[in-house]
Design a protein around this ligand. Structure first.
Ligand code: NAP
Length: 283
């Protein structure tokens, strides 16, 4: 059996088209949706991510600003910049690209962003709202995964979902979102004993680890939905996920590829978070 491929590129395009429509509707009411992005330093991967985010904004008609600050920017300067954006009514979403240079306290920076403009959904207020079932901003990657599961028609109520990884940006919020959707959720991590004994019982597996070929065909129940969040470089230098795609796609019912899976959806969900924030301002 060969798994159905959940095409992240195609779904992300659909999401962007929907966002573009909502941006136009707000523009008709005199509101230009705005996202402010701050990049500190010259990490090449971060520069690519930020460029793509700005490009996505252009595609859907949002106004985006990009502050490129030098690597030796002080924490005080960055916090002052964030305070100015918090106070600017034309800015609906603020994103500070992570990681930050070592001399800047990441936690303090995230907490400085207004929870009402926290487009990444990392502020503790937004984490708490997600935890208590009243989400405002949801972290983009797990939010995108939920859209993919919905699009794939994967039943979640009563399903057993296994999330591999417990980071604050992917694993934990993913588990909360699956729980809210009615799944019975197991969270696995580096200290989990016998990972395969958990994944083999799962109807849905979300792998968010950062280790190529961590999940192999013998660890997957036939027909399960497998979502690959991981982004790794294989021995051949090519981008790959955490899932042994060739093997697992012979067993799974549905699967996301890497590239072209969760990555494009993460980008698209940043736009969704931003338009939702702008719509809340005029509601
Ligand atoms: P992270 O903070 O490094 O977390 C990785 C998690 O994997 C940790 O919870 C860790 O457990 C767990 N882990 C490590 N080795 C394991 C093993 N052998 N078995 C089971 N669990 C194991 O990473 P992250 O930020 O969550 O990102 C995870 C992956 O997703 C990375 O490859 C990242 O590049 C990718 N990612 C992709 C997107 C996208 O848009 N596609 C977005 C975000 C992240 P401990 O907690 O015990 O250490």
């Amino acid at each position: 059996m060969s798994a159905r491929i959940i095409d992240g590129n195609a779904l992300a395009q659909t999401v962007r088209n929907e966002v573009a429509l909502r941006v136009r509707r707000l523009a008709d009411r005199g509101v230009q949706t705005g996202l402010a992005v701050i990049l500190v330093g010259d990490n090449p991967a971060s520069a690519v991510y930020v460029r793509n985010k700005v490009k996505d904004c252009e595609e859907v008609g949002m106004v985006s600003t990009l502050d490129r600050l030098p690597a030796d920017t002080s924490e005080a300067t960055l916090l002052a910049r964030i305070a100015a954006l918090n106070a600017n009514p034309q800015v609906h979403g603020i994103l500070v690209q992570l990681p930050l240079p070592a001399h800047i306290d990441e936690h303090r920076v995230i907490e400085a962003i207004s929870p009402a403009k926290d487009a990444d959904g990392f502020h503790v207020s937004n984490v708490g709202l997600l935890m208590t079932g009243k989400p405002l901003f949801r972290p983009c990657t797990p939010y995108g995964v939920m859209k993919m599961l919905e699009h794939a028609g994967t039943p979640l109520e009563g399903a057993h979902a296994v999330v591999i990884g417990r980071s604050n940006i992917v694993g934990k919020p993913q588990a909360l979102m699956l729980l809210a959707a009615g799944a019975t959720v197991t969270i696995c991590h580096s200290r989990t004993r016998d990972l395969a004994s958990h994944t083999r019982r799962a109807d849905v597996i979300v792998a968010a680890v950062g280790k190529a070929a961590l999940l192999t065909a013998d660890m997957v129940k036939p027909g399960a939905t497998v979502i690959d969040v991981g982004m790794n470089r294989g021995a051949d230098g090519k981008l790959c996920g955490d899932v042994d795609y060739a093997g697992v796609s012979q067993v799974a019912g549905a699967i996301t590829p890497v590239p072209g899976g969760v990555g494009p959806m993460t980008r698209a969900m940043l736009l969704v978070n931003t338009i939702e924030a702008a719509e809340r301002c005029v509601a």
